[in-house]
Design a protein. Structure first.
Ligand code: CO8
Length: 259
C-alpha cells in the first residue's frame, strides 16, 4: 500500500496526482498543500507532461475540504493559511498544463475549490459538491466565491454558499460545474482517456488556448479579442502548427514538439 500523502505518476504525457488521505476523506492538511505546491512548480519544467489528472484516494471522497482541525488550531495563523492556499490554487489554475479533476465523491469546501482551480471536471455519479463553510461560521477562502460564481453563475453560487447545501453530480453538470458524469468504476479510465486525447494535441496551442481563456474572461470583449490575437500570432508561427498542418496533408499523425 502506498503511504505517501500525495501519489504522483506519469504515463503517455499525462501526470496523475492522487490525494491519499482516505481516513480523513482526503482533507487538505498543510503537508498535502505543500506537496501540491511543489508538484505544480516541478510540472512547469516537465515538457513530457501535457495534462494532469487530480483525484482522491478511495471511493467516497475527492477532497472533503481543508482540514477543519488545522483551521481550528491555526488561531492567528488562519490568514496566512488562507493566503498560502489561495496562492497554491492560483498556481494550479495558471499552470501551463491542462488540469482535470476526476471527482470520486465529496468535493466540499477547499476540495471543491481545488476542483474549481482545474480546467475540466469529470465526476462519478456519487459525487457531491458543496461550499459548506458558512455552516462552520467560515467562508470559502481558496477562490470559491469567485470561481464558482464565474463557472456556475451567481445564483447557483450564492445558493450553495448561503445554504451550505450539496449538489449531486447531475445537478452539478446541469449548472456547468461539471463537464461529464460517469460511473465510479469507470471514472479514472474516462478521465485518463480525455487527458490522453488532450495530450495528443499540439502542446504549444493548448497552452495558448488556456492563457487566452483565463486572461480573456476577466476583460471586456474587445480587449479579450486582442488577447486572443496576441496568442494566435504565437501559435501561427509555432513549429507545432507547421507539424500539424503538414501531417494533415500527409494523412499521418502529427509529431508535436511543443515549440
Ligand atoms: N477536515 C478534517 N477531517 C475531516 C474532514 C475535514 N474537512 N472531513 C472529514 N474528516 C474526517 C472526519 O473527522 C472523520 O474522522 P474520524 O474518523 O477520525 O472521526 C473522517 O474524516 C470520516 O468522516 P465522517 O465520519 O464525518 O464521514 P461521514 O460519511 O459521516 O460524513 C461528510 C462525510 C459529510 C463529508 C463529513 O465528514 C463532513 O461534513 N466533513 C466536513 C466537510 C466540510 O465542512 N468541509 C469544508 C471544510 S472548511 C474549508 O474547506 C475551508 C476552505 C478555506 C480555507 C480556510 C483556511 C483557514
Amino acid at each position: 500500500m502506498n503511504t505517501e500523502e500525495v501519489i504522483f505518476r506519469k504515463e503517455d504525457g499525462v501526470a496523475y496526482v492522487t490525494i491519499n488521505r482516505e481516513e480523513a476523506l482526503n482533507a487538505l492538511k498543510s503537508s498535502i498543500m505543500q506537496r501540491l505546491d511543489e508538484l505544480f512548480t516541478e510540472l512547469e519544467q516537465d515538457d513530457e507532461v501535457v495534462a494532469v489528472v487530480i483525484t482522491g484516494a478511495g471511493q467516497k471522497s475527492f477532497v472533503a475540504g481543508a482540514d477543519v482541525k488545522e483551521i481550528l488550531d491555526a488561531g492567528e495563523g488562519r490568514t496566512a493559511l488562507i493566503t498560502k492556499g489561495q496562492q497554491i490554487f492560483s498556481k494550479i489554475r495558471n499552470s501551463s498544463k491542462v488540469v482535470l479533476a476526476a471527482i470520486n465523491g465529496y468535493a466540499l469546501g477547499g476540495g471543491l475549490e481545488l476542483a474549481l482551480a482545474c480546467d475540466i471536471r469529470i465526476a462519478s455519479e456519487n459525487a457531491r459538491f458543496g461550499l459548506p463553510e458558512a455552516k462552520l461560521g467560515l467562508m470559502p477562502g481558496y477562490g470559491g466565491t469567485q470561481m464558482l460564481s464565474r463557472l456556475a453563475g451567481i445564483g447557483a453560487a450564492k445558493w450553495m454558499m448561503f445554504t451550505g447545501n450539496m449538489l449531486g453530480a447531475v445537478e452539478a453538470e446541469q449548472c456547468g460545474l461539471v463537464q461529464k458524469v460517469c460511473s465510479l468504476e469507470g471514472l479514472l479510465e474516462e478521465a485518463s482517456g480525455i487527458a490522453k486525447k488532450i495530450a495528443a494535441n499540439g502542446p504549444f496551442a493548448l497552452k495558448a488556448i488556456k492563457r487566452a481563456i483565463n486572461r480573456g474572461i476577466e476583460l471586456d470583449l474587445d480587449t479579450a479579442l486582442k488577447v486572443e490575437l496576441e496568442e494566435y500570432e504565437k501559435v501561427a508561427h509555432s513549429q507545432d502548427a507547421i507539424a500539424g498542418i503538414e501531417a494533415f496533408f500527409a494523412k499521418k499523425s502529427p509529431v508535436f514538439t511543443g515549440k
